[in-house]
Design a protein around this ligand. Structure first.
Ligand code: PMV
Length: 312
């Protein structure tokens, strides 16, 4: 039997914009998806992740397509019969890179089961192929975070070359609370929607994409300087432009407001939006606890964790 894992992530700056070549900042979180793979006589997928209601059913076809794409990218028969188990501590909530984490986990488990000895670089590129089934035209930020962990600056293949990936060093790990709307979102539809609206309305969208770039640059400086108040303010700004490009939702805005009212330094949706999750920057155990208990009281699921704990 082959085994593998992939990290979940939160995007601190630049989801959606990153698909179009704007830099983004991502942090892996200390929850991962695990996979076990065995050669078999037919394809079986046992998905035992804790998920938002309807997540597995909604993603089922994309999951099968993703596995076929990955097998092809490994020069294997895309219809190869395998017994695949998926579990681990990362919940199947939209926005946490759960699809990328599962792709990395499955690719690693296949590599081990078939003695392919694939490098991390190859696993990352195979998982990127798998991500296409879930995201259509993914940036690659999720699979890169799922493969390597850490906090990183990511820019999709500048000038048509390799993706630019740089480590970002935090002064210390910082507490965050991830709130889940409980709504399953379709990343592919969200990414396509942004691309269509951008094309139809460049006068509105081009300046927003410029702002997203400035926010990522300023966010990186503030993170590296340990200026968490500034990071929070910039995250708030990032949420505002995500609202403007039409990827937030009533529940996301509600959770973002709730976190800010409890004193979060900043809060924004994370990932594809349209449902899924948001992230609040809550330095210190007390503030983290306050935001987490507000979510709990209001009946929302949450993950209280840290950015900067999972290292390369
Ligand atoms: O919703 P998630 O966890 O799949 O994150 C998607 C992030 C996007 O920027 C919207 C898409 C991408 O490929 O970067």
């Amino acid at each position: 039997m082959g085994k593998g894992s992939g990290y979940g992530k939160v995007i601190l700056f630049g989801e959606h914009f990153v698909v179009h070549g704007v830099p983004g900042i991502v942090s892996a979180i200390d929850s991962s998806t695990d996979a076990e793979v065995k050669k078999a006589s037919k394809l079986t997928i046992r998905d035992e992740r804790k998920t938002a209601k309807g997540y597995s059913e909604e993603k089922r076809l994309q999951q099968i397509e993703s596995i076929e794409r990955m097998l092809k990218a490994m020069d294997l028969d895309p219809k190869m019969p395998l017994d695949i188990w998926i579990g681990g501590s990362l919940p199947g909530f939209s926005g946490l890179g759960a699809s990328a984490a599962s792709s990395v986990a499955i690719a690693r488990a296949i590599s081990e089961e078939l003695n392919l000895n694939l490098s991390n670089e190859k696993i990352n590129s195979v998982a990127y192929e798998g991500e296409k089934a879930y995201a259509g035209n993914p940036s690659g930020i999720d699979n890169t975070a799922a493969t390597y962990g850490g906090v990183m600056w990511f820019k999709k293949n500048p000038a048509g070359g390799q993706d630019l990936v740089e480590k970002i060093h935090l002064k210390r790990p910082v507490e965050i609370v991830i709130g889940s709307t409980g709504k399953v979102a379709n990343t592919k539809a969200m990414v396509e929607g942004v691309a269509e609206r951008k094309k139809a309305n460049p006068a509105k969208y081009d300046p927003l994409f410029k702002q997203a770039e400035s926010l990522a640059v300023a966010g990186r400086k503030a993170i590296e300087a340990g200026d968490l108040k500034k990071v929070g303010d910039l995250m708030n700004e990032n949420h505002r432009i995500l609202q403007e490009i039409g990827v937030s939702s009533k529940e996301l805005d509600l959770l973002v407001d709730m976190a800010r009212k409890q004193g979060a330094f900043g809060a924004k949706l994370t990932g594809g939006g349209g449902g899924g999750c948001m992230v609040a920057l809550t330095p210190g155990k007390d503030l983290q606890g306050k935001v987490a208990s507000a979510f709990k009281t209001a009946g929302y699921e949450f993950i209280a964790t840290k950015i900067g704990v999972v290292t390369y």
